[in-house]
Design a protein around this ligand. Sequence first.
Ligand SMILES: [Mg+2]
Ligand SMILES: [Zn+2]
Length: 415
Amino acid sequence: MSLAEDSPVHSSSSDDFAAILEAELDAASNSSGDSVEGAEEEESGAEDNDDISDFDLDHERVKRQKVELNTGIVNPQSSSSQGATSENIVSSSEEEICTHPGFFAGMCMKCGLRADDDSGVALKYIDKNLRLANDEMTRLRDKDFKDLLFNRKKLYLVLDLDHTLLNSSRLTDITEEEAYLNNQRDSLPDLLDPGNKYFHSRIIAQGDCTQKFQKGLDIVLGRESTVLILDDTEAVWKENKENLILMDRYHFFASSCKNFGFSHKSLSLLKTDESETEGALATVLKVLQQAHSLFFDKECKDNLEDRDVRQVLKTVRKEVLKDCKIVFTHVFPVNFTAEHHHLWRMAEQLGATCSTEVDHSVTHVVSGDAGTDKSRWAVRENKFVVNPGWIEASNILWRKQPEEKFPVSPARCKQ
Ligand SMILES: [Mg+2]
Ligand SMILES: [Zn+2]
């Protein structure tokens, strides 16, 4: 898996439209109306067999005039959800029906029709004026799907920035002890991708997303079955939880630790950084590699195009606590249905078997109180007794954590 050109924010599909956009922008600044050709490498749908691949701006201008004249027949698809208005009329001499695949500054990129609603998807991160119809999004997603899987053997990766790949702090929040960092600023390269190799300029801001305070793959030009997400925050990915690899949150600055309620010394104060071999990014890289090799596993009977990263991630997750049989004690509130508790479900997703009763096959007792019968039974029977943090840490680090790091004391978690 690589972050390079195959990132969903820089797929060849989005290049199609970037090329078209360039043509549009050129047209706006170039009154001579040079024609621009070959924006697409191939054709994949009957509906676009004329204009998109051969985007002739002189031709476009003529059609816009025709639209304005309102002569000809009514487009039967004018009431579709693609942003057409009642003015959606084309000349009969054109012998074509425009499906309005995309709008630039409110004008159909194919026929020049003006749209007055907000249907389709705004791709502000490509251009603030660009909107694509849902069908066109699907077509672009499908377009290089097979090449991606069969020839390039790649998947898409969406990366969060703050607390995942980096940590940010306001200059005013830099403490005196962190002032030494100021001296290093000039010697550091500009951010993450100085060669502009991985991200290009296609960086999606949260404001580019379709829902407030949410992130979504609906604006990404890759099929959801091929997109993995790295993020430290689960709540923002409501619609795409299954694509998400949740990261252990990266705190470098003292202000970041403070904001999240940690009292320990920050990495910046310790003048160190996350371990390159044991840190969260190193851990998650292994998960990505595992997911990639499972997805492209030659032994797998499913057709490559039917495979789904969401299923693959579930399989990888199930390896973490496989062969563990867990009983909980003094963890769930009284009268709570154990099977519905998030820790029970998390343990199952990690491949463990959960039970309400102890027997010889139990390997772990997850306990909120060392004094309960089950906790004492575990000690007697030489089973592991751990606090609930063991499951959560194993979950976020994608690896079974050493049990001794999660001891249970009698006074812990009294409910
Ligand atoms: Mg974040
Ligand atoms: Zn149109």
